[in-house]
Design a protein around this ligand. Structure first.
Ligand SMILES: [Zn+2]
Ligand SMILES: [Zn+2]
Length: 306
C-alpha cells in the first residue's frame, strides 16, 4: 500500500514537469489498473524449463502450446475486459478510443487477432482490423495490453533473464523488438537492459552498439541528449536510422533506501511518458521501433545471436 502511495507521489511530481502528459497518463495508468484487477496471468511452463525453451532463440510465447493457451485466455476474457473498461469510472478516454472499444466488445474470432499480434503478423493484423472496422492502432494497443497482463510477473524480471543468459535483441517472452533501454548500476559500471512494449519484460543486452540492427561500429552511433530531460538520452544508429530512448538514471531515489532500486525507472519504462522525445527524434528523420502501435517485422528467426 505504501509502495503504491510512493508511486503515486512520484507520478504526480513527474506530471508537474510534464503537464501535457497528464491526460495520456491518466487513461494509460487507469487501463493498466483495470486490467491488473480483471485478469489473472495464465499458467506458464515451470520456470526450470525456460532456459531450454529459449536456448535456440525462440521466445516463450512463440511455442505453439503456450501461444495457444495465452491467446485462448485473452479471447475468452476480452468481452468481459472491454465491458469493464467501458464502464470504469477511473478510465477517462478520448472519444476515438471509446468508439474503438465499443467496436471490439463483440469481436468475432478474437483468438485469431491475438495470435496475429503474438506472431507480429502485420498483414493479418491489418486485414483483421479492416474486417472488423476497428482502427489498427487500437487493436494493437488494447490487444497487447491484455496479452501483457496475462504474462506472469516472474517472467518479466530482468535478473531472471540475466541468469538464464538471454542476450538477444528481442524479448525472450514474446519476441518483440525493444521499445527503449534502461541503464542500471552494477558492480562494474552500468549494464544495459532492453524493455518490451508488448509484455513489459526487461532483459539484458550488450552495453554498446545498436539494439536494432546489431551495428557495433561506434563511429556510426551517436548520442542525443535532449535539453531538460537529463534522465533520458537517445542512442542513434546511423546505420539503420533508428533511435533508442535510454534511461540513464534518475534524481529520485527512495530516501529510506538511498542505495536501493532506482524508483523513477518505473516512470521511464513507460514509452508514452517520454513521447515528447519521440517527436524530437522524428523531427530529425529518425525511425521509432518497438512500440505496440507500430507494425514491425518480427525479429525472432532462430538465427544467429547478434
Ligand atoms: Zn515482450
Ligand atoms: Zn542500427
Amino acid at each position: 500500500m505504501t509502495k503504491n502511495k510512493n508511486h503515486e507521489a512520484m507520478w504526480q511530481a513527474y506530471f508537474k514537469e510534464h503537464a501535457y502528459l497528464e491526460q495520456t497518463a491518466g487513461w494509460q495508468l487507469a487501463l493498466e489498473g483495470v486490467l491488473r484487477e480483471a485478469l489473472d496471468p495464465v499458467a506458464f511452463p515451470d520456470q526450470s524449463l525456460w532456459q531450454d525453451m529459449t536456448k535456440d532463440g525462440l521466445p516463450l510465447l512463440q511455442h505453439a502450446d503456450l501461444q495457444d493457451r495465452i491467446t485462448a485466455a485473452a479471447a475468452e476474457a476480452f468481452p468481459r475486459v472491454i465491458s469493464q473498461l467501458l464502464t470504469s469510472e477511473a478510465l477517462v478516454m478520448p472519444d476515438v478510443m471509446r468508439q474503438a472499444l465499443c467496436g471490439m466488445e463483440h469481436l468475432k474470432g478474437a483468438q485469431n487477432v491475438f495470435a496475429a499480434l503474438c506472431r507480429q503478423d502485420d498483414a493479418s493484423i491489418r486485414s483483421l482490423a479492416e474486417t472488423h472496422a476497428i482502427p489498427e492502432t487500437s487493436l494493437r494497443l488494447f490487444g497487447w495490453a491484455v496479452l501483457g497482463a496475462l504474462v506472469p510477473e516472474e517472467a518479466k524480471d530482468a535478473s531472471l533473464w540475466e541468469a538464464l543468459g538471454w542476450k538477444r535483441n528481442y524479448c525472450p517472452v514474446c519476441g518483440r523488438p525493444p521499445v527503449l533501454a534502461v541503464l542500471r548500476k552494477e558492480q562494474q559500471g552500468r549494464a544495459r537492459f532492453l524493455v518490451c512494449d508488448g509484455c513489459h519484460t526487461v532483459w539484458p543486452y550488450a552495453r554498446v552498439g545498436c539494439a536494432y540492427c546489431g551495428n557495433q561500429d561506434l563511429e556510426k552511433m551517436k548520442v542525443l541528449e535532449p535539453e531538460g530531460e537529463e534522465e533520458m538520452r537517445l542512442d542513434v544508429c546511423e546505420e539503420c536510422h533508428t533511435y533508442l530512448k535510454t534511461y540513464q538514471g534518475g534524481k529520485q531515489r527512495d530516501p529510506k533506501v538511498p542505495d536501493g532500486p532506482d524508483v523513477s525507472e518505473i516512470i521511464y519504462r513507460h514509452d508514452w511518458a517520454t513521447l515528447h522525445l519521440d517527436l524530437l527524434a522524428q523531427e530529425q528523420g529518425l525511425v521509432k521501433r518497438g512500440s505496440v502501435l507500430l507494425a514491425a517485422a518480427p525479429v525472432f528467426d532462430e538465427g544467429e545471436e547478434k
